[in-house]
Design a protein around this ligand. Structure first.
Ligand code: SF4
Ligand code: SF4
Length: 426
């Protein structure tokens, strides 16, 4: 095992290979607070990549309801249970210390400690059963039932108010995380999985793969999938022809465009980018990049289950209404700070949020032109205290790979009144 640095758990960790980092990394932010689970993203992906025989139960993009939903069913609960058992046997705990360092074992370290006699397993994982892939929408819109009081008529008597709802659910948007330390790649005995130098996209070489399913077993997010028809494994390819700017119908000047799932999002909850990476695996400082700004500077978007140790590159703005303990086990120790920063956003964050789905070219840089103050209100924070929020009608501008302006919008969304002649014209 090599020693690599994982910034999400704030320490070095063991990984089967030396760290090798791309020039740019495919990454994205999902704002959970805005998702309506319309599944437009899911269908955009399905109709583009997984409509063939053998791919019927394959959803490279899925949106599941937490806490009960999961595709495959119970994927995170099952792995967390395996990890807990490994920690119990090793007399360790899966906890974070006050410095934000994960003190427990990652899935690579747990496998190393628990090596079986034949020593083959490099990653702690499990192979889902066939039926667990069959219900991508299980648990949809179901919330824990007991925590809310109801009167005789069944009406909820607990007031539903922030900072935390007693009964809750939220939608979790999931694609392959194109991890910096991919577990699928680490586990493949054929070395059929690779990470591209130019954009960090993780791909399965369809010629080399022999369908051993080690990637399916190892991926903690269960985003490597087996095709029973071709008998080899497949996964999200980050729509790489779009990333390469190769589709000249939509990018005549060859600049990268966002993936199908990102650009189809009607809830405007997704923003995808290509962030600069240093050769030591740390993100290069680039505060004009909206993803860098949200993830590394403002820390308003967090990785999913960072304790797994793969350094996933999809990040989430956590939902304001869900219990903090539930969110902390899912997104790590930065949850309260992230929610408070989102609940009372800085002037800059408020402007950047307007760029979500405002265009389809990948934004490399943004700038803000200041406008007048238009609104003020009080906001409740995680600890129940209140703070002031001032909103300004700033203009935010996004620039593509070539430095050309590709979007310009304002914080106060422009409103157009429909002319009378169209009244009831349907
Ligand atoms: S999410 Fe899974 S399939 Fe995707 S790169 Fe990470 S380990 Fe591999
Ligand atoms: S398209 Fe957007 S709003 Fe709809 S389910 Fe997907 S992420 Fe959520």
């Amino acid at each position: 095992m090599a020693n690599v640095y994982n910034w999400q758990i704030n320490r070095d960790m063991s990984y089967p290979y030396e760290g090798k980092y791309p020039e740019r990394q495919f990454a994205a932010v999902f704002n959970i607070n805005r998702c309506i689970a319309c599944q437009t993203c899911t269908m955009a992906c399905k109709s583009t990549w997984t409509f063939s025989k053998g791919q019927e139960l394959m959803w490279w993009n899925n949106v599941e309801t937490k806490p009960y939903g999961g595709y495959p069913q119970y994927w995170d609960v099952k792995l967390l249970n395996l990890m807990q058992k490994a920690h119990d046997r090793q007399e360790k705990s899966m906890t974070w210390n006050s410095e934000g360092t994960y003190d427990g074992m990652t899935i690579f370290e747990a496998a190393e400690k628990e090596k079986t006699k034949n020593g083959q397993s490099r990653v702690l994982g499990y192979l889902p059963k066939d039926h667990e892939w069959t219900k991508p929408n299980i648990g949809e819109d179901v919330s824990p039932p007991k925590s809310t009081k109801k009167d005789k008529m069944g009406y909820i008597t607990d007031p539903i108010k922030l900072p935390e709802h007693k009964s809750f659910f939220f939608y979790l948007q999931r694609i392959c995380n194109h991890c910096t330390y991919p577990a699928c790649l680490a586990a493949c005995p054929r070395k059929a999985i690779y990470k591209r130098d130019e954009d960090g996209v993780v791909l399965i070489d369809q010629e080399r793969c022999r369908g051993y399913r080690k990637c399916v077993e190892a991926c903690p997010y269960k985003k490597a999938m087996y095709n029973g028809q071709t008998k080899i494994s497949e996964k999200c390819i980050a729509c790489y022809p779009r990333l390469e700017g190769k589709d000249n119908h939509i990018t005549p000047d060859g600049v990268p465009v966002e993936t199908r799932c990102m650009s189809s999002c009607v809830g405007k909850i997704r923003m995808q980018g290509l962030v600069k990476m240093n050769q030591d695996g740390i993100w290069a400082k680039d505060e004009e990049n909206p993803l860098y700004w949200m993830i590394q500077k403002e820390k308003v978007a967090l990785p999913l289950y960072p304790q797994f140790g793969t350094e996933p590159n999809m990040f989430y703005i956590p939902p304001r209404w869900a219990p903090r303990s539930y969110l902390t086990q899912m997104f790590g120790p930065g949850v309260e700070q992230a929610i408070d920063r989102y609940a009372a956003p800085s002037r800059e964050l408020m402007a950047i949020l307007q760029l979500f789905r405002a265009q389809r070219e990948v934004i490399y840089k943004y700038s803000i032109k200041k406008g007048p103050k238009i609104y003020e209100k009080k906001v409740t924070l995680s600890d129940g205290s209140q703070t002031g929020l001032d909103i300004y009608n700033d203009t935010v501008i996004g620039y593509n790979e070539k430095g050309k302006e590709c979007v310009r919008t304002t914080v106060d969304e422009p409103m157009y009144e429909r002319p009378n002649k169209h009244f009831n014209s349907i």
